[in-house]
Design a protein around this ligand. Structure first.
Ligand code: NDP
Length: 286
């Protein structure tokens, strides 16, 4: 067989991007699967995004991740947007269909996969509460609505933001979504099945911060999830564990959004354990 020195390329575009650990887990998966693929982590300023996408096309790149601040700005630069990414209004992954670039959003799907696989909970017909109305919350709320939860409540400090988000997603998913303002410690109702912190409260370096929630009425099966992955053991999850409640950390969502991206780019199933291990190592947790 003739030698092949040409690697297939995928990249993460963002600014700042240097601390994004996704490349470590994707490269570990490529190596384990014997693929001559590279994952590049590239700093791209907002004014250069259009050129960067042209560059990706010119290089025949096999896929992209987009992170802050490009998840919305990339949309008009692509050829097609997947239906759930269109509902979310943001793209974190681009896959190629021939020469066409298709925008996907794997954040909410990654979260749901963690709920199903790691926490072993089927969200269908469950009552869910999401704290937050930013980008992560949009993805999680959309996928929870599409997964058929029976009740979906969004709680956010800025009620206008929550109201706009829930109305938009409710119309597009045809799912009723309630919202209410966050005032003081929110007492999680006893009939709640899934609670998700999709705010940035507790994110490094503010690791002692705890979303103001009161878990005293929680039923023993309440699954408490956190989108924050740095640190993975947030104050919220520690408080839930103290009560004996099942928990799901933000690493799960991060790994599975990467697993889904890998599948979209390569058409293969990646070694999930290797990706998890590489991510923990990259974050200094292993
Ligand atoms: P955004 O900036 O878009 O949204 C932040 C949200 O947090 C808003 O709802 C904001 O409320 C709320 N918030 C922030 N500070 C406070 C506070 N002190 N009190 C009450 N509410 C507050 O951020 P993202 O949605 O992009 O990210 C949220 C978190 O999710 C981050 O920690 C991020 O790291 C994590 N994330 C994890 C991923 C994973 O794979 N695990 C993927 C993507 C994100 P308001 O609207 O009132 O300002």
């Amino acid at each position: 067989m003739p030698a092949n020195f040409k690697a297939e390329l995928v990249a993460c575009l963002g600014q700042p991007v240097a601390e994004n650990p996704t490349g470590a887990m994707q490269e570990a998966a490529f190596r384990a699967m014997g693929l001559n693929w590279r994952y590049l982590t590239i700093e791209v300023a907002p004014e250069n995004l259009a050129d960067a996408i042209l560059g990706a096309r010119a290089f025949g790149m096999r896929g992209l991740n987009l992170t802050i601040p490009h998840k919305v700005a990339v949309i008009p630069l692509l050829d097609e947007i997947a239906p759930d990414a269109a509902v979310i209004g943001a793209v974190n992954t681009v896959r190629c269909d021939g020469r066409r670039l298709i925008g996907e959003n794997t954040d909410g799907k990654g979260f749901l996969r963690g709920v199903r696989v790691d926490a072993r909970v089927d969200p269908r017909d469950k009552r869910a509460i999401v704290l937050g109305a930013g980008g992560a919350a949009r993805a999680i709320v959309t996928e929870l609505a599409l997964a058929g939860v029976s009740d979906l409540l969004v709680i956010n400090r800025s009620i206008e933001r929550a109201w706009r988000m829930t109305e938009e997603i409710a119309i597009k998913t045809k799912h009723h979504i309630r919202c209410q303002p966050w005032r003081g410690a929110y007492r999680v109702p006893a009939d709640t099945d899934i609670l998700v912190n999709a705010t940035s409260i507790g994110l490094y370096p503010d690791v002692d911060a705890m979303p103001p929630v009161d878990l005293s009425d929680a039923q023993p099966g309440l699954l408490v999830c956190d989108a924050v992955f740095n640190p993975p053991e947030t104050r919220l999850l520690a408080a839930a564990r103290e009560r004996g409640l099942p928990v799901l950390d933000g690493l799960s969502m991060l790994v599975y959004q990467g697993v889904i991206g890998y599948q979209l780019w390569t058409g293969q199933d990646p070694p999930e354990d290797i990706m998890k291990k590489a991510l923990r190592q990259a974050l200094g947790l292993a």
